[in-house]
Design a protein around this ligand. Structure first.
Ligand code: G1P
Length: 298
């Protein structure tokens, strides 16, 4: 069945404990760690807004209240900046303001995997196609990744996952797609497996953290069995739609930074700092003094 509906809702799974960034994440949700001066979650929200998303659903957990404060309006701070004539800072602040009523929260009560986190948002998503954005995956590009996907989704419907080729030794960190046309920009998927071993992986085409999903995926999640790593996997629920609403892989244009790892986070920090007109000259000098670093973000 081809269900052609506008994608208005996005789910942001933000319940993870961020143990890779301890001790910082002992009290700061990892989604609030800044790339230069904007928290990771802000990049994800900006990308969603650029794709036309109107309802923002955050799946949180214990210890994430700072995230709710971040997403709230800060009238005292705004007023103080206004009084101090700090116009550009005020603009920065206002650029993060969410329209009233556009933010909703679901709570993941147990860490049972990405599929379980998305399922926890089912009553907010209801019966319409929705996006999922993993804020750890930051994607820089002339056209934001989710915008590219919303445009592609108009032609294919069903389920669409962002995809990129990864080195063969890295397949065990990703959901991996099987397709008869793995190099096409938009490829029909005939199988997908979560974190396969390099020996059994069907390809090197990996899912990265952007999805547009049919609500039937939530039904599969309701019946989900534990999968790879003993967790309820989103990949398995999407795979159940192969041959039904259908699954496509989308080779987006842009550079993806794995901000779930320290090295990836640092690489993103360097790239985003070098892309900033107010920082790039000083920072370039600083880097030249330290080491030779090749960056593709300019
Ligand atoms: C999750 C998904 C995986 C996907 C990856 C992209 O894994 O389960 O399919 O390839 O995100 O970043 P995680 O990184 O949460 O282990």
């Amino acid at each position: 069945m081809f269900r052609q509906t506008r994608v208005r809702k996005a789910v942001f799974p933000v319940a993870g404990m961020g143990t890779r960034f301890l001790p910082a994440t002992k009290s700061i949700p990892k989604e609030l760690l800044p790339l230069v001066d904007r928290p990771l979650i802000q990049y994800a929200i900006d990308e969603a807004r650029a794709a036309g998303i109107e309802e923002f659903i955050f799946v949180t957990a214990r210890g994430k209240t700072a995230l709710e404060d971040y997403l709230d309006h800060a009238p005292h701070l705004a007023e103080s900046l206004r009084r101090g004539n700090k116009t550009s800072l005020l603009e920065e602040l206002e650029s993060t303001r969410m329209p009233s009523g556009s933010v909703a929260y679901a709570r993941q009560d147990e860490p049972r995997g990405l599929g379980h986190a998305v399922w926890c948002a089912r009553h907010l998503v209801k019966d319409e196609p929705f996006a999922v954005i993993l804020p750890d995956d930051v994607i820089a590009g002339a056209t934001p990744c989710l915008r590219q996907m919303v445009d592609a989704y108009r032609t294919c419907g069903g389920n669409l996952v962002a995809a990129m080729h990864v080195p063969p030794e890295a397949v065990g960190s990703y959901g991996i797609l099987s397709s008869s046309a793995p190099d096409a920009a938009l490829c029909a998927v005939d199988g997908m497996v979560e974190k396969p071993s390099p020996e059994t992986a069907p390809s090197t085409l990996a899912v990265v953290g952007r999805y547009i999903l049919d609500p039937s995926v939530l039904t599969h999640l309701s019946r989900a069995q534990v999968g790879a790593g003993g967790e309820i996997q989103l990949t398995d629920a999407i795979a159940a739609e192969i041959g039904r609403t259908g699954v496509h892989g989308f080779r987006f244009e842009g550079e993806r930074y794995d901000c779930g790892s320290k090295a990836g986070f640092l690489r993103a920090t360097v790239a985003f700092a070098l892309a900033r007109p107010d920082l790039r000259d000083d920072f370039r000098q600083c880097l030249a003094g330290a080491t030779q670093v090749g960056v593709a973000a300019e």
